[in-house]
Design a protein around this ligand. Sequence first.
Ligand SMILES: Cc1cc2nc3c(=O)[nH]c(=O)nc-3n(C[C@H](O)[C@H](O)[C@H](O)COP(=O)(O)O)c2cc1C
Length: 252
Amino acid sequence: MAEKILLLNGSPKKERSGSLLLARAFLDGLTAHGDFETETVHISALNIKPCLGCLTCWAREDATCVIKDDDIPAVRKKIEDADIVILCAPLFFFGLPGTVKVMMDRLLGMVNPYYGKPIPADGSSLHGFTKPHPGQRFVLISSCAWIEKEVVYASVFSQLDMILGKGGYLALTTPQMNAIVYHAGGRRLAKMQADYQKAGEEYAATGTVSEKTIAYLARPMFSDSVYQLFYEKMWRKPNGEYLLNAISKKSN
Ligand SMILES: Cc1cc2nc3c(=O)[nH]c(=O)nc-3n(C[C@H](O)[C@H](O)[C@H](O)COP(=O)(O)O)c2cc1C
């Protein structure tokens, strides 16, 4: 039977998302030699109401949310059924985009209630799934601007460690993404896509992606000086003057 892959795209750019280009390349590598069924869902195209904070999902026998008239019941079923869940998302203000967080809050019923116990010392999930799907795997594919991955992704990694457990997910990140997409005729983008495709093949063959590959995908593709020039150009008008907000930032 085909393995089900759910690709959740958390970028508001939907099909124009750079992170999605990387996730699709990873999927090309992953699905090349197996039997897979892939579904893509753009989170920002869904109707998702914010959590009401009632916690009644943890009191209800089927752990469902009190809100029934939006897209969460359907998305939750897709996540529960998927063998591999890939969340692709940009880094927004050093966290996941708000739309992704709103969706996650509404999925609280998927994990076990809090009983006031201390956090597990072995790095496992602080909650665990209510209805675990044996062998289910989670992948985060994210792109951002800043190069210093361990600093800028600290809150995202910390959040996912607590929800899925340390080692409970694979995280692939790539910096300088806007420059990769818009600079130099797409040569670097094609290279990065090829690298993600190889990472997908590695994931298919070994069930994981090595630390070496993860670090390679997170490498800067531009030198500091070239990258800074990209932004110098980005914050200027065609006549060379700085855009207003960029002037105030520069003079700080
Ligand atoms: C609202 C907003 C906040 C952002 N915050 C960060 C950030 O905290 N750190 C960072 O490195 N990049 C940040 N970026 C840049 C995006 O992460 C980056 O452009 C990303 O590659 C976009 O991916 P996408 O094309 O898949 O949407 C931000 C962009 C936006 C629009």
